[in-house]
Design a binder for this molecule. Structure first.
Ligand code: DAH
Length: 340
């Protein structure tokens, strides 16, 4: 019996190195150790041996069985290792290899100007608040001194939402009341946001666009503080010193109110296509916050004063990048966007 076992062991040890996959190995192992396997068949003879033989041969066969099983395990590990080696060699990725141009995008031109505006205000010590897109009639109109019957409501064509007097914000001034009521004094806040008007769309009008509102409230805030802030911001954005000029104007939430023009940064005021030969670019509204508006926000206008101004970001991006049609901003046109 030992003779037969030795022959089997030799056979197995010669054959094992030639097996190169786990599947083959399992099949082969089964043909040796399985229910009708060669080793199993041989070992069935042990029960017919005498007691003495069982003691010696039995032990020897058991050792043989264990050493064969170990040989299978070792081969199995070697096959696994070889598979890993082979995958490492064939699936190797050079992570330092330069990639082809994947066309990674960049920020939308509107986002770029929002960031620039925010940078300028942050440097002046303002904090940034984002405006609410859905607001209500009170905050959008009443609280900024535009009562129901006031003709100024007609200046802005509103999208009304069903039910409880909610509207889509028609201007970022709709954030003023909430900030007066919730912010500690002094207030120095800039509010970029998306606003909506029920308008016919053309090259200079959109139903959805972006504005920036800035408000400052403290003791002793003057018109001069406002002019300085506006000129600093516009110079930052233009990338050079600009001059500003204020023309008296009417906005219900400010008194006095004004419109701001700045000297054309493209021709330095000598007149060009962009400023239509005037040397000035009409840009935004501003003024000293109306006492009614401060009072409605819980601030005593006898103690505190402030200024507010607002402008359109789409228009700013159009001036800055020479874009001649506002509709491009809402249009996901890659050929347009790639230019900025
Ligand atoms: N809310 C005005 C608009 O949408 C812009 C504006 C004008 C805001 C004058 C102001 C301001 O704060 O003082 O047309």
């Amino acid at each position: 019996m030992l003779q037969i076992l030795n022959t089997l062991q030799e056979q197995v040890l010669t054959k094992l190195p030639a097996i190169s996959t786990q599947e083959e190995l399992v099949v082969y192992k089964n043909s040796i150790f399985g229910k009708n396997g060669e080793l199993t068949e041989i070992l069935k003879g042990v029960k017919d041996l005498s007691i003495e033989e069982k003691q010696t041969i039995g032990k020897a066969t058991n050792d043989m069985k264990n050493s064969l099983a170990a040989a299978f395990d070792i081969r199995s590990q070697a096959i696994d290792a070889a598979e890993v080696e082979e995958r490492l060699a064939s699936e190797y990725t050079d992570v330092t290899f330069p990639i082809a141009d994947t066309g990674i995008g960049h920020l939308h031109p509107l986002t770029q100007v929002i960031r620039q505006v925010e940078d300028s205000f942050t440097r002046m010590g303002f904090e940034i608040r984002e405006s609410m897109e859905v607001t209500n009639e009170y905050k959008n109109f009443d609280a900024v001194n535009i009562p129901k019957s006031h003709p100024a409501r007609d200046m802005q064509d509103t999208f009304w939402l069903e039910g409880i007097g909610n509207v889509l914000a028609t201007h970022t001034s709709s954030m003023q009341n909430e900030i007066y009521k919730t912010h500690d004094l002094p207030i120095r806040v800039v509010i970029p946001g998306r606003v909506f008007r029920n308008e016919d769309v053309d090259a200079t009008h959109e139903n959805t666009f972006y504005q920036v509102e800035a408000i400052v409230v403290d003791k002793g805030i003057s018109f001069a503080n406002m002019k300085y802030t506006i000129r600093t911001m516009l110079s930052d954005i233009a990338g050079k010193e600009v001059k500003i000029r204020l023309r008296p104007s009417y906005y219900p939430f400010v008194e006095p109110g004004a419109d701001v023009d700045f000297s054309c940064p493209f021709c330095d005021g000598t007149g060009c296509r962009i400023c239509k030969g005037t040397g000035w670019i009409e840009f935004m509204g501003c003024g000293m916050i109306h006492p009614n508006v401060l009072r409605e926000g819980g601030i005593d206008p006898m103690v505190y004063s402030g200024f507010a101004f607002g402008f359109g970001l789409n228009r700013l991006a159009m001036i800055k990048y020479g874009i001649n049609d506002m509709r491009y901003f809402q249009n996901p046109n890659v050929a347009f966007l790639r230019q900025f």
